[in-house]
Write a protein that binds this ligand. Structure first.
Ligand code: HEC
Length: 447
């Protein structure tokens, strides 16, 4: 908590991360799927002596592999910057736990960079089989980065046997209960995205030889088809979720249920459309249909991410750290400075000097003015005043007593919220501030 947190007025930090991460993961997963598709297509073309397909792959390798890869890498750095300014404490906790995973990630990045450039620039300059081996190395390294990052992301939702502060926690944390189902789901979505993207490219190239069009499109169908397996895998993932998250998905959080439904439906539609295409031997896909398939693949992946992020609230790391950076009482021995017991005794403002107005300290702040800084320290991780998940409309017409009741029972009333992390005086100041916010919109009404 004592790290300053970057504030984004209307959107909130979570939306900043989401905005960059959605783009990044989309591109990165597409890039992985496309890498497998190119490696596979090239291997077959070499085996069959199919010069046309190889020419197509050579011509478009930059577009299929290099451009998304470079975009993916750049936005990946953006995700890093965003998470470290928006939630520095969680980023720090994750880096400490997963330092070797991230080190491996860096090594894999180097392998990826080297292999993708080698692949593009050694075309027709080295033996075809050796050239194809480079494609497989690139695809394999890219996939391993997915496996590692997914290990970390799934850990945040199901830490499993990991206990804060206990040594030897790395492997149980990485291979947490959600690790396998979500690794497989992400892999299948990546393959589908790669298939859909290449299908679009083929549809856009009007003067492509029909035989090449057929081969590449057939391969794209085959990469999309297995996405139906995400249905049973999602069932597996659901079974290992924490009870609170299961309740959200069973109707407790209607928006999440809607997204879950979207995701499930798109898996089915995507797989069915690929199946129909294969069965009817329909290899001249229109641009419109290809765009539709890409959109479906995007929705399926977006829904999966949305549900994963939403199911984690009120935690950033389940049962260990809330979205605000405060840790649960059980972790008091590990992370004393921002532990709930400590911030409740000393005050959330004492742990978050950055939340105070410039030039003020907790000592010279009249607690009656403490509403806005307490809001910044305790609520801003999930709420803005007027933008995303805005609090002002939520407290319309509330009295200070009503607000006080919410703050006394936040986690019981709304399981997506953490318990209030401050002293009684801070709570009272915030309650009054919330009542003021709620009154301001009640035109002409009494205070
Ligand atoms: C971990 C994220 C998170 C934090 C931190 C958080 N909230 Fe919330 N809050 C939510 C979510 C999500 C909802 C919507 C829950 C729902 O509709 O079931 C919500 C709902 C609310 C509501 C509406 C409650 C109602 O009865 O309709 C109010 C008021 C509110 N929050 C105020 C606050 C205040 C004040 C703080 C800071 C002390 C805070 N929240 C901290 C996530 C959070």
């Amino acid at each position: 908590l004592e790290y300053p947190i970057f504030e984004l007025p209307m959107l909130g930090g979570g939306m900043l991360i989401a905005g960059i991460a959605i783009f990044h993961v989309f591109i990165a997963q597409f890039s992985i799927g496309a890498a497998f598709l190119v490696a596979l297509a090239e291997r077959r073309a070499i085996r069959d002596g199919d010069a046309d397909t190889r020419r197509f792959l050579r011509q478009y390798a930059r577009m299929i592999l290099l451009v998304p890869y470079v975009l993916g890498t750049m936005t990946g750095v953006g995700v890093w910057m965003a998470i470290s300014v928006v939630n520095p404490r969680a980023t720090s906790a994750l880096i400490h736990l997963f330092v070797w995973a991230w080190a491996s990630e860096w090594v894999l990045f180097i392998v990826e960079v080297a292999s993708i450039y080698l692949y593009v620039y050694t075309w027709d300059r080295i033996a075809p089989r050796a050239h194809n081996a480079i494609a497989w190395i690139f695809a394999g390294a890219s996939w391993l980065t997915l496996v590692i990052i997914n290990g970390i992301l799934s850990f945040m939702l199901t830490p499993g046997a990991w206990r804060p502060g206990e040594p030897g926690g790395f492997w149980p944390a990485l291979l947490n209960p959600l690790f396998w189902p979500t690794t497989l789901i992400r892999t299948l979505i990546a393959l589908a995205l790669g298939g859909a993207g290449v299908m679009l490219l083929v549809a856009l190239l009007k003067d492509l030889a029909p035989a090449v069009r057929e081969k590449v499109t057939r391969l794209a169908y085959r990469m999309i088809l297995p996405v139906w397996l995400c249905l049973p895998l999602a069932g597996w993932a659901f079974a290992v979720l924490p009870g609170r998250a299961q309740t959200f998905l069973q109707g407790g959080a209607p928006v999440m249920v809607v997204f879950l439904g979207f995701g499930m439906a798109t898996f089915v539609i995507l797989a069915a459309s690929a199946l129909v295409g294969m069965w009817r031997r329909d290899y001249s896909v229109s641009v419109f249909r290809a765009v539709l398939v890409c959109l479906l693949a995007f929705v399926s992946y977006g829904s999966f991410e949305f549900v994963r992020e939403g199911a984690r609230k009120p935690y950033i790391i389940e049962d260990f750290m809330y979205s605000t950076g405060v840790t649960v009482p059980g972790a008091a021995g590990v992370d004393r400075r921002a532990n709930l017991t400590r911030v409740r005794a000393d005050g959330v403002l004492a742990a978050a000097p950055w939340a105070l107005p410039p030039g003020r300290t907790v000592a010279d702040l009249d607690l009656r003015d403490a509403g806005p800084p307490v809001f910044r320290a305790a609520c801003h991780a999930c709420h803005t005043l007027d933008g995303y998940n805005a609090v002002r409309p939520l407290v319309r017409g509330w009295s200070a007593a009503h607000a006080r009741y919410l703050l006394d029972h936040m986690n019981e009333l709304k399981p997506a919220m953490p318990p209030f992390p401050g002293t009684d005086a801070e709570k009272e100041a915030l309650a009054r501030y919330l009542a003021d916010l709620g009154t301001a919109v009640r035109i002409g009404g009494p205070r």
